[in-house]
Write a new protein. Sequence first.
Length: 119
Amino acid sequence: VQLQASGGGLVQAGGSLRLSCVASGSIFGFDAKGWYRQVPGKERELVAGFASGGSTKYADSVKGRFTISTDNAKNTVYLQMNSLKPEDTAVYYCLADIKSSGTYYYNVWGQGTLVTVSS
């Protein structure tokens, strides 16, 4: 069971990127928990996630600019990032609980995708 993140890259300030994170393997259940980001020397922080009842939650710094969504049929979680700022530069990680062949894997992290926003 793996989570594969993609979509990162270099973008100018004000631009947009869409991150994707797909679970691979014999997947029978996919419960996306959120996207996090980390810069060197700092702790990993929640960017966007799903709260109980399916509602979404966002870090104050990204509210109104980022949108998290999921397609459980495709075992994929997305992060649409608009109006990017240089301070959004980080490695972005996805997190999910996955059911595979009768086994639950909790808090599975994707490998990370680098987002660099130039000023």
